[in-house]
Design a protein around this ligand. Structure first.
Ligand SMILES: Nc1ncnc2c1ncn2[C@@H]1O[C@H](COP(=O)(O)OP(=O)(O)O)[C@@H](O)[C@H]1O
Ligand SMILES: [Mg+2]
Length: 261
């Protein structure tokens, strides 16, 4: 099961990605969570104390690692072929709920033609995690899909695009939908988050209908989530909160879909 979670900043990607990863692990499914957001904070949601989260050096910023993988000793010339399974072994962090976390860091946009070594390492690592390994993958990513190179996108089973009832987040969702479609991601669903009233659900549903996007589910607005995060705690411990229950239900649906595929 290889799942990408995308959407505009602040819509709830990290909560949903973290919640799904936790839910998969609770079902006995080995899971790697990938933080591919340039300002990563999935570690906190996965229950790591703030001091430990701060210590994580994103792969793209680990100069020593990048150099050891791609360096040739000649300036401007770098290797394109290197091992990455050892990176998963050595640089993933095991979080309190049992989810393995890898923090990727920033990737330059594909259009910029950047071929810098950090991009090469991240792309190869993602390809390895998505195409070659058996663990379930939940990837928390920014609105762009730069991290996923061509050739890898087809192997992402499913993308969830998170949006709230705000037209800006829905517009961003639509742009992501088009990009993900072009890149060859096979199943793409919208998840409506922070729902306070039925009008919000209806707004999201009608936007999705108009743009031929399928809605997978809705997650209610939940003060428990905000209260937990205000204290610097992971909201995922609140198993009975309405938002976490909804994420659990989404996980049920994803597992059922994976079984039918
Ligand atoms: N269902 C929800 N109910 C209430 N607050 C939420 C909900 N989902 C997310 N939030 C809050 O919204 C903010 C942004 O969520 P986050 O998951 O960090 O978004 P993103 O990763 O998309 O930027 C956080 O403060 C989070 O606690
Ligand atoms: Mg986030």
């Amino acid at each position: 099961m290889k799942i990408a979670v995308s959407g505009k900043g602040g819509v709830g990607k990290t909560l949903i990605a973290g919640g799904l990863a936790y839910s998969l692990v609770s079902r006995g499914i080995k899971t790697v969570a990938i933080d591919a957001d340039p300002s990563p904070n999935l570690a906190l949601t996965l229950g790591l104390p703030i001091e430990e989260a701060r210590q994580i050096l994103p792969i793209s910023e680990n100069k020593e690692l990048i150099e050891s993988k791609t360096g040739t000793g000649y300036a401007g010339v770098f290797r394109l072929s290197f091992t990455v399974d050892d990176i998963v072994r050595d640089f993933s962090v095991i979080t309190p709920f049992g989810v393995n976390l890898i923090v990727m860091g920033t990737v330059q946009s594909m259009g910029s033609g950047c071929t810098c070594p950090a991009n090469a390492v991240i792309r190869a690592l993602l390809r390895h995690l998505i195409v070659e390994r058996n663990e379930a993958i939940i990837m928390d990513m920014e609105a762009g899909i730069e991290h996923i190179g061509r050739g890898t996108a087809q192997h992402v089973d499913l993308m969830l695009i998170v949006a709230d009832a705000n037209m800006k987040s829905l517009e961003t969702a639509h742009s992501i939908y088009k990009l993900a479609n072009q890149a060859g991601i096979r199943q793409i669903f919208l998840v409506g988050n922070k729902i306070r009233k039925s009008l919000e659900e209806k707004t999201i549903e009608s936007f999705a209908d108009k743009n031929s996007i399928k809605v997978l589910d809705f997650v209610p607005y939940d003060q428990t989530i905000l209260d937990a995060e205000m204290q610097g705690e992971t909201p995922l411990r609140h198993k009975n909160s309405v938002a976490i229950c909804a994420i659990e239900r989404i996980c049920d649906k994803l597992v059922a879909m994976a079984k039918n595929n």
